[in-house]
Design a protein around this ligand. Structure first.
Ligand code: HEM
Length: 410
């Protein structure tokens, strides 16, 4: 069934930013696919049913080619781009390309993020976690501390910087650009941030070219110098994608997991008593509050039917992973249950664009949560739930701040 999602009420509303799952549940109650308009008037389909979202993720007729998407969006609106219409950031990277380009680009980095490689990073992640927790204790001595600012943001950012071989000292500038790129901001701000980040990355590449090191950026520079495998633009886009995808989502996962546990004391107590539930608790958090509840944009390359609705060529289709994760396929889907069977949740996507960094994100969350629970047995939320601020984005869902009281240290 198709409904018109009013922008004041649906996916592009303030209400959605605070509580996407209420909006998803209302939409799912009407049907598995919906028509909506972005704030600048671009018509899109929003798919919310589990069966429909997982089938669409595997459907080669839904494509991502950035040049064609840009042309479709430009035709649909001459209006300014806002927080949800991110055509300007569409670049030649694997997330925004189709085979065969996608296959070629993905092959260059996928090995670097394999489960085996990620396991080798565990000691480094533990060390960074401990350093950040020490700093958080100093900051929060005797009072409250913002977990997002003190821990959830710097951990994945430091890890991806280390992996790529970028100096930690440059994190502050990068954090500011990244916030503009994935969040809301004017078209000018977005252009300034992408240009500044592109310029910075081009400089880093030049530095790696003259002094290669044992890091991912040097490997990518080498791949690009070895022939036509990676053009200079692709090189910068790849590094930008890894940096942004590599931390923005993980920040949300860390904040949302801690919040869910603090809001469900029975589950927190169970986890403290049975640390072997750490991995399933992270999986349940991924399902319960997806860090990226809506995928990046796809368009229909030919006419197709989704959930009984006719989608025509060039229609834009958004896949609501978060809505699918709360579909009745999962019994009592709105309950947070760290022992539930979460197999088949779609938070890392599915099919050819399945998240390259899934193993890394999982490991970071497991290490962080494990250390946090060990060290702070009385940690508590320091703000009422309805006063928590969420970051203004449709495709990402995460806390802007999470005030906590650390309590005594074990
Ligand atoms: C793709 C989620 C962490 C790198 C994706 C997609 C999702 C996702 C849903 C598919 C998007 C689509 O099909 O439109 C997440 C979540 C994360 C996370 C929830 C953390 C909790 C990471 C990390 C990295 C990373 C740590 C790397 C350092 C990528 C890349 C792609 C991707 C490169 C594009 C893959 C492709 O197009 O083939 N991610 N991600 N992600 N992710 Fe992640």
């Amino acid at each position: 069934m198709t409904v018109e999602t009013l922008s004041g009420n649906g996916l592009f509303s303030d209400r959605y930013m605070h509580d996407p799952y209420r909006v998803f549940s209302e939409l799912r109650g009407v049907g598995p696919i919906h028509r909506a308009n972005t704030p600048s008037g671009i018509p899109v389909w929003v798919v919310t049913g589990y069966a429909e979202v997982s089938a669409a993720l595997m459907d080669g007729r839904l494509r991502k080619d950035s040049a064609r998407l840009r042309a479709i969006i430009d035709r649909a609106t001459l209006a300014r781009l806002d927080g949800s219409d991110r055509a300007e950031t569409v670049a030649t990277d694997m997330l925004n390309s189709d085979p065969p380009e996608h296959t070629r680009l993905r092959k260059l980095v996928v090995k670097g993020f394999s489960a085996r490689r990620v396991e080798r990073l565990r000691p480094l992640v533990q060390q960074i976690t401990d350093e950040l927790l020490d700093a958080m204790v100093e900051q929060g001595a005797g009072g409250t501390v913002d977990f997002v600012d003190a821990f959830a943001f710097p951990l994945p950012l430091t890890v991806i910087f280390e992996l790529l071989g970028i100096p930690r000292a440059d994190q502050r500038a990068f954090r500011a650009w990244s916030t503009v790129i994935v969040g809301s901001g004017s078209r000018d701000e977005l252009r300034r941030a992408t240009t500044a980040m592109g310029g910075y990355l081009a400089q880093m590449m030049a530095a790696k070219r003259s002094a290669p090191a044992d890091d991912l950026l040097s490997d990518l520079v080498e791949a690009s110098d070895a022939g036509d495998r990676l053009s200079p633009l692709e090189l910068v886009s790849m590094a930008g994608l890894l940096l942004i995808a590599g931390h923005e989502t993980t920040v949300n996962l860390l904040g949302s997991t801690l919040l869910a546990l603090l809001q469900h004391p029975d589950q927190l107590a169970k986890l403290r008593a049975r640390p072997e539930l750490l991995d399933p608790a992270v999986e349940e958090s991924l399902r319960y509050n997806s860090p990226a509840p809506v995928t990046t944009w796809r368009y229909a390359a030919e006419p197709m039917t989704i959930g009984g609705s006719s989608v025509t060529t060039n229609d834009i289709v958004l896949l609501a992973l978060g809505a699918a994760n709360h579909d009745g396929r999962f019994p009592d889907p709105d309950a947070f249950d760290i022992e539930r069977k979460t197999g088949g949740h779609l938070s890392f996507g599915h099919g050819i664009h399945f998240c390259v960094g899934a193993a890394l994100a999982r490991m970071e969350a497991q290490v962080a949560l494990g250390r946090l629970l060990e060290r702070f047995p009385d940690m508590a939320l320091a703000a009422p739930a309805d006063e928590l601020r969420w970051r203004p984005s449709v495709i990402m869902h995460g806390l802007a701040a999470l005030p906590v009281r650390l309590g005594r240290q074990a």
